[in-house]
Design a protein around this ligand. Structure first.
Ligand SMILES: *[C@@H]1O[C@H](CO)[C@@H](O)[C@H](O)[C@H]1NC(C)=O
Ligand SMILES: *[C@@H]1O[C@H](CO)[C@@H](O)[C@H](O)[C@H]1NC(C)=O
Ligand SMILES: *[C@@H]1O[C@H](CO)[C@@H](O)[C@H](O)[C@H]1NC(C)=O
Ligand SMILES: *[C@@H]1O[C@H](CO)[C@@H](O)[C@H](O)[C@H]1NC(C)=O
Ligand SMILES: *[C@@H]1O[C@H](CO)[C@@H](O)[C@H](O)[C@H]1NC(C)=O
Ligand SMILES: *[C@@H]1O[C@H](CO)[C@@H](O)[C@H](O)[C@H]1NC(C)=O
Ligand SMILES: *[C@@H]1O[C@H](CO)[C@@H](O)[C@H](O)[C@H]1NC(C)=O
Length: 438
C-alpha cells in the first residue's frame, strides 16, 4: 500500500485531530480515497488505518487484524497464548500513550468518568499492561465487531460493570458509531446497537446479581436502609435477558458493604452487618460466594440459553481511598501506578477475587451441576491484581460532583487503565469464536 509511507505517525492517535487526518489523507492520497469510498463506514478512521495506512509503527492496530496476520505463524502464537496467563504481569511505561480514543473521539463518555474534562492530568494514560509470558494485544475494534456480528452481549452488575461497558462502547465507537436504543432514567439499563454489524451491547443493572429487595427496617427506633438478598435466585432482569445472549460479563462487589438480610431455600438464614439484631451474623464473603455459585450454576444449567453462550466473570475491582473512605474525606491523587510493595493486600479485595476464582473453578471442573453436553464457555477476566496497582486511574476529585468534596476512588477514568479489561475481553471473544466463525 503506497500510503504506508504516510508522514503522520500513528503514535499520536490519542491527541490527534481526526478530522485533520482525514482531510489530509483525502487530499494527498487517491488510493485512500478509493478505500474510503468502498468502506462500509466511510468515516471510520480505524477502517481507514486498516485499509489505507497499514502497519507503519508498532502502535498500529493492524497487527491484530486477520487482514495482515502472518497465517503461518498463527498456530504457534495460539500455543503460546494457551500457556500464558494474561493477568500475571505488570504495568510498563508506554511513552506513546496507550489509548485508542480520547474524550474527543468518544462522545459517549459519561461526565462521571470524563476525568480530562474535570481537570485530571493525562499521566495515567502512559502505561500498558504487560503479561509476563506474552503480549496482551489491544482490542481491535474492526476485528471485534466482525467477530460479534449478529450477536448480543450484556454486562450485568453494578456501576463498575457500566464503567466497563462504557469503555467498550468508546473502543468500538472508533470503528462504528453506535445508536442508543434504550436508556432508563438513571442509566442503569442501556442498550446500544451497531447497525452495520447487527451487534447489540447492553448493560443490566444487577448490583447483587441475585434477586433482591430494598427494604427499610426500624432498628432501635431508626429507619435503616437494607437489602434482602435471595441467594438462590438469579436477578430477574438478568434471567430474562440470558436466553438472547451470546456473551455475558458478570461482576459484583461494591454493594456487599451494605446491611444484607440473607434468604436461602425460602427462609431467612442470617444477616451481614447486623450485629445486635439477634440474627445469625454472616460475613459478606459468605453471601458473595453464594451469589456467584447461584449465577454460574444457573447459566450453566440454563435450558433456553445459547449453547455457545460465553460467560466472562470480571473479578473484583479494587478501590483506592486513602486516609478515609468515600464518605469521610478519603482521596486518591497518585499520578503513577503503585509498586508491588505499596499494594494493600488487606481487606476484602483479594478474598473476593479468590472466591470468584474458586467458584469459577467449580463450574469449569464440572462440579457445578452444569449440562455436560454444552459448549458453553466460562472465562475469568481476572483484573483484580492488575488494578490494585492503578490508584492513579480513578477520577479522584476530578469528576462531576467534585464540589461535593468527596473523591471517586472506585470508578475508573475513560480513557484509562480500565480499557485493559476490554483487551482481555477481546482475547476471550477471539479464543471462543474460532470454532464458530463462518
Ligand atoms: C506490530 O508489528 C510490528 C512489525 O511486524 C512489530 O515490530 C510490533 O512489535 C507489533 N506490535 C504489536 C503491538 O504487536
Ligand atoms: C511468518 O512467521 C514465521 C514465524 O515467525 C516466519 O518464519 C515467516 O518468515 C513469516 N512469514 C512472513 C510472510 O512474514
Ligand atoms: C477532554 O479532555 C480535555 C483535557 O484532556 C479537556 O480540556 C476537554 O474539555 C475535554 N473535552 C470534552 C469534550 O470533554
Ligand atoms: C440481526 O441478528 C439477529 C440474530 O441473529 C437476527 O435475528 C436478525 O434478523 C438480524 N437483523 C438484521 C437486520 O439483519
Ligand atoms: C438450601 O438447600 C440446598 C439444596 O437443597 C442445601 O444444599 C443448602 O444447604 C440449603 N441451605 C440452607 C441455608 O439451608
Ligand atoms: C432471639 O431469637 C430467638 C429465636 O428466634 C428467641 O427465642 C429469643 O427470644 C430472641 N432474643 C431476643 C433478645 O430477642
Ligand atoms: C495528595 O493530597 C495530599 C493531601 O492533600 C497531599 O499532601 C499530597 O501532596 C498530594 N499528592 C500529590 C501527588 O498530589
Amino acid at each position: 500500500m503506497k500510503s504506508s509511507t504516510t508522514p503522520w505517525s500513528l503514535q499520536h492517535i490519542p491527541e490527534m485531530n481526526w478530522r485533520a487526518l482525514l482531510m489530509s489523507v483525502l487530499v494527498l492520497s487517491s488510493v485512500s480515497i478509493l478505500f474510503i469510498v468502498r468502506s462500509s463506514n466511510p468515516f471510520s478512521v480505524v477502517e481507514l488505518l486498516h485499509h489505507g495506512l497499514g502497519p507503519s509503527t508498532p502502535t498500529s492496530l493492524a497487527n491484530t487484524s486477520s487482514v495482515h496476520s502472518n497465517t503461518s505463524a498463527a498456530p504457534h502464537k495460539e500455543d503460546k497464548e494457551e500457556e500464558c496467563d494474561l493477568f500475571v504481569g505488570k504495568w510498563v511505561a508506554e511513552p506513546r500513550g496507550s489509548s485508542l480514543y480520547s474524550n474527543w473521539s468518544c462522545p459517549t463518555i459519561p461526565d462521571q468518568n470524563n476525568c480530562g474534562k474535570f481537570g485530571k492530568g493525562s499521566e495515567h494514560l502512559y502505561w500498558k499492561w504487560k503479561p509476563d509470558r506474552c503480549e496482551l494485544p489491544r482490542l481491535d475494534p474492526v476485528a471485534f465487531l466482525r467477530m460479534v456480528r449478529r450477536k448480543k452481549m450484556a454486562f450485568a452488575g453494578d456501576s463498575v460493570a457500566r464503567n466497563h461497558m462504557d469503555s467498550l462502547l468508546c473502543l468500538l465507537h472508533q470503528a462504528e458509531t453506535p445508536t442508543n436504543i434504550y436508556k432508563d432514567g438513571d442509566d442503569k439499563f442501556q442498550t446500544w446497537y451497531f447497525p452495520s454489524h447487527n451487534f447489540t451491547l447492553m448493560v443490566i443493572w444487577a448490583e447483587f446479581l441475585v434477586e433482591r429487595a430494598q427494604t427499610q427496617r426500624m432498628i432501635n427506633g431508626v429507619a435503616t436502609n437494607s437489602y434482602d438478598l435471595y441467594l438462590d435466585r438469579v436477578n430477574p432482569d438478568l434471567a430474562r435477558e440470558l436466553p438472547a445472549l451470546r456473551y455475558v460479563v458478570i461482576s459484583a462487589g461494591n454493594w456487599f458493604i451494605k446491611k444484607l438480610y440473607l434468604h436461602e431455600n425460602g427462609s431467612l438464614v442470617g444477616c451481614v452487618n447486623c450485629r445486635g439484631e439477634n440474627l445469625t451474623e454472616l460475613d459478606a464473603a459468605y453471601a458473595y460466594r453464594r451469589v456467584f455459585r447461584t449465577v454460574l450454576q444457573s447459566i450453566s444449567k440454563c435450558e433456553q440459553c445459547d449453547d455457545d453462550l460465553l460467560t466472562m466473570l470480571r473479578t473484583f475491582s479494587p478501590t483506592h481511598f486513602e486516609h478515609g473512605s468515600w464518605f469521610n474525606g478519603g482521596y486518591c491523587n497518585r499520578t503513577q501506578p503503585m509498586s508491588e510493595g505499596e499494594i494493600d493486600l488487606s481487606g476484602n479485595t483479594i478474598e473476593y477475587r479468590n472466591i470468584q476464582f474458586e467458584e469459577m473453578g467449580r463450574i469449569k471442573g464440572g462440579s457445578g451441576g452444569g449440562r455436560g453436553d454444552a459448549k458453553r464457555g466460562f472465562e475469568l477476566l481476572d483484573v483484580t491484581k492488575a488494578m490494585m496497582a492503578r490508584a492513579d486511574g480513578h477520577p479522584g476529585s476530578h469528576w462531576r460532583w467534585m464540589q461535593k468534596s468527596n473523591s471517586d476512588c472506585l470508578h475508573w477514568c475513560l480513557p484509562g487503565p480500565i480499557d485493559m479489561w476490554n483487551d482481555a475481553l477481546f482475547a476471550n471473544v477471539k479464543k471462543h469464536s474460532s470454532t464458530t466463525q463462518l
